[in-house]
Design a protein around this ligand. Structure first.
Ligand code: FRU
Length: 718
């Protein structure tokens, strides 16, 4: 029987086909998943079963900002075309309108062996044996805003977060909450006070121990808890992991999964993936991974994958650790101007630097002196670059150096920069936290040259200060974390249950808590990243998690719209012709080698005067991929300071051979992957409609052996 809703949706589809108005609002993603309307955050319950990919997601059925959190639902057979389904788990309120239960992030499994006992009889086979359903189980965090007593006797405190389950015997369409919920009432006794910060269960079937395993986060403690279960209802605490690596803000949405190393089915490793907010690689939300082993009870990280913040690489030289707190900058050979004239390093315990786990010693350079109002510069003595990396600790507000405004009245930087040959070649600002974090610059390309550091604080606004410490020179980088993506817009990444090991597929929320609720889209807010296939590759003796868009995306590609070989691309800009509408929705691939120039790249969503542009490229001297969205379009939706939206994002990619960048442009995003998959940079952009030119550029000389090819990407929604 065809239901009324089916008729209605067929009618609507027909209508949409006629007027071509479906999914064509300004900025509407054409080949990314976005809800028809309203707010979305994390992907939840990713499970593949019987040829269908389920995508549940954090959803507010009532508005375009976070609230009334429920699980939205969509399905796909190819990870490319999605069909919207009704809300799966809807936020519950009492008769006075008090919210009793929100459905926070979690995962889903299909209980094929009916360990849970939730299966129901759905028929009889020809031998007269009963046929049972395969229950789909959602494991999620019950976030209870209001204190109340449940009918099953559970006493719920206001703000409590507990782990609960629900099951569906019709492939995720309708759901029943387990009557014994929550299945994990609260954190273990030693963390009892964390009952409001205990969430985001990821569950999977662990074949070797024949158990269900859950990993959940104590968000503020930076601790992940491992539980096991035979039946998904009774859970036993097995072990805990953390803090490790990026350990600031909150740890959210953890998951763990196996992958083969270098495609070798005999070498399995396990990957921990988690969100960190704030404290991500740019500001606010970020995603890190740790490779190690897992035996069904305990995760042990590979020693090469954990970074002790108090240890620096072997044979590093300390250039400046700012320990001389009774000296002036002049006395330690530095120079200071403005409010910093006559001053020197400060005692870290008396200034605005917190969480000093990673901090070595007592003194620190800071521009927080009489508050944020201090302005001026602090300059290092000149030195000769002799080692491959410069690393340092940095904390403070996010006010990046923007070459277009530096030195003008619009300049608002609070930054720490490296100057070589009179040019800023690297610059780092704070990540909007007071926590000192490690950052490294690859300076291999500048070895033998004279350089100096420049701290510039021209800003008196909120958070307009910077702290810098422990500047070291070394031949390997001082890592803080393995970042999964080097852009600002990839969070709460989750992977599919139900696929084979080599098919591990991840989807991330393509947004950032730093500004996500303000992005200028309507009637929906937020999209998911392109689904990406994951693998582990040994690159320069380090095991890296690599990623590429899923193969299925190519079903949306048009035939080649542009393809050209340049034995030598001249210095300057070269416009290429990509016909509309595909100049705003395309895959552009470039493979190239260094010529006499220092940078090569692609400019997208550009106007003729380059006042609007998204710049993607490779820096041969810094050996790094970059995405610059300083002038990408609208960022007026951020009305507070620091504005976390504009920026330039850099990821090291050391290589001597040809480099490939695959760039995926949609109406309000760009995702960049290098050919090896070790660099991903995901960034939202909100350009004007008529900024749609495509240009190539080479800086300071030529770029050699450049192959460019462009495919349009058709809409997956029409
Ligand atoms: C991450 C997160 C999760 C939580 C969910 C609530 O983005 O904060 O920790 O479960 O969002 O919507």
């Amino acid at each position: 029987m065809v239901s009324l809703t089916t008729y209605v949706s067929i009618a609507l589809l027909g209508f949409a086909g006629l007027v071509r108005s479906y999914y064509t609002e300004p900025y509407r993603p054409q080949f990314h998943f976005s809800p028809q309307q309203n707010w979305m955050n994390d992907p939840n319950g990713l499970v593949y079963f019987n040829g269908t990919y389920h995508l549940f997601y954090q959803y507010n059925p009532n508005g375009t900002t976070w609230g009334f959190m429920s699980w939205g639902h969509a399905i796909s057979t190819d990870l490319v075309h999605w069909k919207h389904l009704p809300v799966a788990l809807e936020c519950e309120s009492d008769s006075n309108g008090n919210v009793l239960q929100m459905f926070f992030s979690g995962s889903a499994v299909v209980d094929v062996d009916n360990t849970s006992g939730f299966a129901v009889r759905v028929g009889t086979d020809r031998h007269g044996h009963a046929i049972y359903s395969k229950p789909m189980i959602a494991i999620y965090t019950s976030n209870y805003p209001t204190a109340h007593n449940q009918s099953n006797g559970a006493v719920i405190r206001a703000g409590q977060q507990s782990q609960s389950i629900a099951y569906s015997n019709d492939n995720g369409l309708t759901w029943t909450q387990y009557e014994g919920n929550p299945v994990i009432y609260g954190p273990p006794p030693q963390y009892a006070d964390q009952y409001q910060q205990f969430r985001d269960p990821f569950v999977f079937w662990h074949e070797p121990t024949s158990k269900w395993i859950m990993i959940a986060s104590l968000a503020m403690e930076h601790i992940l808890l491992f539980y096991s279960s035979d039946n998904l209802t009774n859970w036993t605490l097995e072990s805990q992991f953390g803090p490790a690596n990026a350990r600031f803000g909150q740890w959210e949405c953890p998951s763990i999964f196996p992958l083969y190393l270098d495609g070798d089915m005999d070498t399995e490793k396990w990957v921990l993936l988690m969100g960190i907010n704030p404290g991500g690689v740019i500001t606010a939300s970020g995603t890190q991974y740790i490779v190690g082993s897992f035996n069904g009870t305990t995760f042990v990280p590979d020693p090469t994958n954990v970074y002790d913040p108090t240890q620096v690489p072997a044979n590093s030289t300390v250039f400046q650790d700012f320990e001389e707190i009774s000296s002036t900058f002049e006395q330690i050979g530095w120079n200071s101007t403005g409010d910093f004239a006559g001053l020197g390093p400060q005692n870290a315990s008396t200034v605005q630097v917190w969480n000093i786990e990673g901090y070595l010693g007592t003194g620190v350079l800071t521009t927080y002196l009489f508050g944020d109002i201090a302005t001026g510069t602090i300059t290092s003595p000149t030195f000769n670059i002799t080692k491959n990396y410069i690393s340092f600790l940095i904390a403070g507000g996010y006010y990046p150096y923007n070459p277009a405004t530096a030195g003008t009245p619009q300049d608002n930087q609070v930054s720490f920069s490296l100057i070589v040959g009179g040019q800023v070649v690297y610059s780092q600002t704070g990540t909007d936290t007071e926590d000192l974090v490690w950052r490294s610059w690859d300076v291999t390309g500048y070895i033998g040259q004279q350089a100096y550091f420049l701290v510039t604080d021209v800003n008196t606004g909120p958070f307009a200060h910077l702290s810098v410490d422990e500047i070291i020179f070394s031949n390997s980088p001082k890592n803080e974390a393995n970042w999964f993506d080097f852009g600002p817009d990839l969070y709460a990444a989750a992977t599919y249950n139900g696929l084979s090991v080599p098919d591990r597929t991840v989807i991330g929320w393509m947004n950032n808590w730093g500004y996500g609720q303000n992005i200028p889209t309507s009637p929906w807010r937020s999209a998911m990243s392109i689904p990406r296939n994951l693998a582990l590759k040994t690159i320069n003796n380090i095991v890296k998690l690599v990623q590429q868009p899923v193969q299925e995306l190519s079903s949306l590609y048009t035939s080649k719209l542009y393809s050209h070989w340049f034995s030598s691309l001249p210095s300057g800009e070269t416009t290429i012709n990509v016909p509309a509408p595909y100049n705003t929705q395309m895959k552009i691939s470039v493979t190239f080698q260094r010529g006499s120039g220092t940078k090569f790249g692609v400019i997208l969503r550009s106007n003729a005067t380059d006042t609007q542009e998204t710049v993607i490229g490779y820096d041969f001297l810094g050996q790094s991929v970059f995405v610059d969205r300083f002038n990408a379009g609208d960022n007026s939706f951020v009305t507070w300071q620091p504005n976390p939206f504009p920026g330039r994002y850099v990821a090291t990619l050391a290589t001597s051979g040809p480099i490939t960048l695959n760039i995926f442009l949609d109406w309000s995003s760009v995702e960049v992957f290098d050919g090896t998959g070790q660099v991903a940079i995901t960034s939202q952009i909100f350009p004007l409609d008529d900024s749609a030119m495509v240009k190539l550029f080479s800086v300071g000389g030529t770029t050699k052996n450049l192959a460019v090819s462009v495919n349009g990407i058709k809409s997956s929604w029409t």
